[in-house]
Structure formats: structure tokens, C-alpha cells
Design a protein around this ligand. Structure first.
Ligand code: BG6
Length: 479
């Protein structure tokens, strides 16, 4: 049967987005530019951004910029939140654009217009009984911090971040009770530009630069956790990990060890520091073999030890299959990662391998390791949608994907995992992060905006809209 009974009362069902992928209004309300504002549209965007000569300037003659208008949530948030409410959302995960609050990142005082915008959004959510779940930094670092300071390479960014988090905690302490620090913090290991604000210039410095920047982020994250606990005692603050379980391609022990190493460095390194408050034992050898020498200031390790997170938020789209020697293997692209083709799995139109059992595996692994509540704050299927002549959008493929993943969460709960909630990614169509496309759609709500920038921006319910509404109303029983 399609029925499960596992979801606890008060389970936070909802959807998720990020400021830079929905808001638009990129220079309204005194907002400063951020890294997403210089991201061109199209599949080449990340390659362009990481080109050594890239100057982080906007060049309208050369590129289009889908994030500038995005889906215009900045002006349409009331309409969108009303639709979320109609689906019965209990929670809505969103991010605050740092550059709306501190336009350049290094000012002393926050920007009132920016603060006022999120006040209005939170009020609107509460009006509908929807709990805001807020990412403090989701791939939208102020551009000045990128250009003048080298992003998280620089320790100077830590006090700027501290000023930012304290400003938003002070302002929203009565409105926001669920926070998380850095979106998919571990993704920077393969792709630092979006979350750390710098690219790797010389390959030999790769790990030194990235792990030093991680250290700065860990210090910043602990400062945020401490401030949150002091300023909003009834709030909970988590870290956010990109979670993709790593499978060994076969049972050859060397391959199993290789997969384990990949999983530790990618999936567990950041989690271990955030949750246990310590660098994991395996880091020592990794640092030695990759010439990583961290500059750790006095008091850093104590701070990290004392202020650990309350829960673990995670994104899950796919698993990864690895083999030590990839020659002769077919490579599959993924969510900022790549592995080898898994013969048991089918892939999405963008090549991401679909693996609901992998979600159950991930949740169990994370819970076994940390025994902290988990929160699936991203999961979904990027797909091409077709508007039929009668206006309907029959996204059964999306329903199938979500159904199988929700079932897998139910199994994980039965397995003993403490799961707080589920906010599926891109509950309304958004600009894709990795490819800058509108045609890679995740939503229950269709937005009439196309890759060439045309479209009315009108919203339309897809078939999955009513399906998800039922899922929430039945607390996950009717799938
Ligand atoms: C996650 C990000 O990596 O995956 C989101 O946190 C992103 O910002 C999502 O949108 C899906 O990726 P994409 O590239 O399909 O938008």
C-alpha cells in the first residue's frame, strides 16, 4: 500500500528556497551586489565564474543574469506565501540575503530597508501559521567581501559575519526560531566560489586554501551558535550539509576504503566539527598528506568545542558511487560532485542519479554518528515541465520522486532516526543554482519565466500541488 504512519506529530512539512534564486530586486531596497548577482545564466555559469581572469563585474553585453529578477518574490511574496499556505505548509525554509542587510558586508550599521523586507515576509508567514526556517548564508556573499577580502580566505570576514548574525538575531528574535548557518558548507570542498567567495588559483594550494577557509567558517559558525543561544534561548540553530552517501562500486577492499575516505572528507568532516566541536581524527593524516597547515588562533578550538549545533539540516538529491581508479568508467555529473555510473540507478534529465534508498541510508548514517535531530531541508527533482493546452501541468515524475523519498524518510524514522521535518527544494520554480536555468524546475508551483528571460511571471499550480497538500494534511500517510 501507499500508506505510512511513521511521521511524528508536529513534523515540519514544507518547502525550501534561497534568496538569490527567488527574490530578484537585486538592486532594490539599498541591497548591495552579491556573488549570485554576477553569475551569468546558462550551463556554463560556474565555469565562467571560476575562470582565472573573471573580474566579478556585470557585463550585460556578454551575458544574461537570471538571478537579477529571478521569480520576483521580492514583490510577489504575499501571493507565493498564500499558495504555500494553501498547500498546508507548516514550515518554509528561506534565506536572508546578507547583502540586503549589510550591502557591502563591512558596514557598521545594517540597512533598514533590508531588515524591513524580511520583517514583512516573516509577518506574512506567521499570519498563515507557517514557521520560518532561515539559512543565514546561502550562496549569496556580499560581492565587496569577495573582491576586496578574498571571501572566507580572509579571517577579517569573521567579525563582519558576526555583526550580520547579531543584527538579524536581534531583529527577528521573536519571529524566527529555526536557524542554520552555511548552506551545504561541505560543498566548498569541490566548489568554493559560491559559499566561500573565492576560486582556486593554483591547484597545489587547493586544500590549504579551502580548509583554512573552513576553519574561518567554523569559528564564525560557533560565534553564531553562541549568539543565537544567548539572544534567542528558545531557538534552535543547525549546520547544513550536502549529503550524498558514497558507495563503493564493488566489494574490492581498496575501493571500499576509497569510498570511505571520500565520504569522511566530504560528508563527515564539516559535520564532525559542527556537532562534536572537534577536528576528527582522520583529518590529521589528510592534512599531512595534502600539506594543510591551519592557522588556528588562541581560543578558536575552545570556542568550537563549546558552541556546537542543535540539529543537522541536510540536502539530499542523490548518492555517489566511487571507484579508486576511474579509468574506463562512465562519469556521472551530480550536485556539484561527480562519481561513476551506478548500474542500479536511473538518472534525472541532468544526470543526477535517483536513489530514494540512499536517503534512508544517509539519515541512518548521520543519526548513528551524531544522535542529533535531523532536518531534510532540500530534496527534489529538477525536471522539464510541459504546460498542456488546457493549462495543466502533469508532473507525475516529480510526484513519483517525492513519494519514494518521503517513504524512505518514513522508513528511517521507523529505523529510529529523530527527524524534525522535510522542506522539499524549490517548492516554487526557482533559478537553478548550478546551471542558471529556469527550465530546470523543482516546484509544485509553476512560474511562467523561461530561459530567454521571457514570460509573464504568473504562478500556476502543477498536479503535484494537490498531491503534496494531501501528503501534509494526512501527515505523510497519503502518498
Ligand atoms: C543545492 C543548493 O545544491 O541544490 C540549491 O543548496 C540548489 O541552492 C539545489 O538550487 C539544486 O541544484 P540546482 O543546480 O539544480 O539548482
Amino acid at each position: 500500500t501507499n500508506s505510512t504512519k511513521q511521521f511524528p506529530e508536529g513534523f515540519l512539512w514544507g518547502g525550501a528556497t534561497a534568496a538569490n534564486q527567488i527574490e530578484g530586486g537585486y538592486h532594490e531596497g539599498n541591497k548591495g551586489l552579491n556573488i549570485a548577482d554576477v553569475l551569468p545564466g546558462g550551463k556554463e555559469r560556474l565555469r565562467i565564474l571560476t575562470n582565472p581572469g573573471f573580474d566579478f563585474e556585470i557585463d550585460h553585453d556578454k551575458y544574461s543574469y537570471p538571478n537579477h529578477e529571478a521569480i520576483d518574490f521580492y514583490h510577489r511574496y504575499k501571493e507565493d506565501i498564500a499558495l504555500f499556505a494553501e498547500m498546508g505548509f507548516k514550515a518554509y525554509r528561506m534565506s536572508i540575503a546578507w547583502s540586503r542587510i549589510f550591502p557591502n558586508g563591512d558596514e557598521l550599521e545594517p540597512n533598514e530597508e533590508g531588515l524591513d523586507f524580511y520583517d514583512r515576509v516573516f509577518d506574512e508567514l506567521h499570519k498563515h501559521g507557517i514557521e520560518p526556517v532561515v539559512t543565514i548564508s546561502h550562496y549569496e556573499m556580499p560581492l565587496t567581501l569577495v573582491k576586496q577580502y578574498g571571501g572566507w580566505r580572509s579571517r577579517e570576514v569573521v567579525p563582519f559575519f558576526e555583526r550580520y548574525v547579531k543584527a538579524i538575531f536581534a531583529r527577528y528574535k521573536d519571529k524566527v526560531k529555526y536557524w542554520m548557518t552555511f548552506n551545504e558548507i561541505n560543498s566548498a570542498l569541490h566548489f568554493p566560489i559560491m559559499s566561500m567567495g573565492f576560486s582556486i588559483e593554483k591547484e597545489e594550494d587547493k586544500y590549504q586554501s579551502i580548509f583554512q577557509a573552513f576553519h574561518h567558517q567554523f569559528v564564525a559558525s560557533s560565534i553564531a551558535v553562541k549568539a543565537c543561544h544567548e539572544m534567542i534561548p528558545d531557538a534552535r540553530i543547525g549546520c547544513m550539509l550536502l549529503s550524498a552517501p558514497v558507495y563503493s562500486y564493488d566489494s574490492k577492499p581498496e575501493n571500499v576504503m576509497f569510498a570511505l575516505q571520500e565520504e569522511r572528507i566530504f560528508n563527515y568532516f564539516c559535520g564532525d566539527v559542527h556537532v562534536r566541536g572537534e577536528y576528527p581524527a582522520f583529518a590529521k593524516r589528510f592534512f599531512k598528506e595534502h600539506n594543510v597547515n591551519l592557522d588556528i588562533h588562541e581560543g578558536d578550538l575552545e570556542l568550537i568545542k563549546e558552541h556546537t549545533v542543535d540539529y543537522i539540516a541536510l540536502s539530499y538529491y542523490m548518492s555517489l558511487t566511487q571507484v579508486k581508479d576511474k579509468s574506463g568508467f562512465e562519469i556521472t555529473p551530480g550536485n556539484l560532485l561527480e562519481g561513476v555510473k551506478n548500474p542500479f540507478l536511473k538518472a534525472s534529465d541532468w544526470g543526477w542519479e535517483i536513489d530514494p534508498e540512499g536517503l534512508r541510508i544517509t539519515l541512518n548514517k548521520l543519526y548513528d554518528r551524531y544522535q542529533l535531530p535531523l532536518f531534510v531541508v532540500e530534496n527534489g527533482l529538477g525536471a522539464y515541465d510541459k504546460v498542456e493546452e488546457d493549462g495543466s501541468i502533469n508532473d507525475d515524475y516529480r510526484i513519483d520522486y517525492l513519494r519514494s523519498h518521503i517513504k524512505a524518510m518514513g522508513e528511517a524514522i521507523e529505523d529510529g532516526v529523530d527527524l524534525m521535518g522535510y522542506t522539499s527544494w524549490g517548492c516554487i520554480d526557482v533559478v537553478s543554482a548550478s546551471t542558471g536555468e529556469f527550465s530546470k524546475r523543482y516546484g509544485f508551483i509553476y512560474v511562467d519565466k523561461q530561459d530567454d528571460g521571457s514570460g509573464t511571471l504568473n504562478r500556476k499550480k502543477k498536479k503535484s500541488f494537490d498531491w503534496y497538500k494531501e501528503v501534509i494534511a494526512s501527515n505523510g500517510e497519503k502518498l
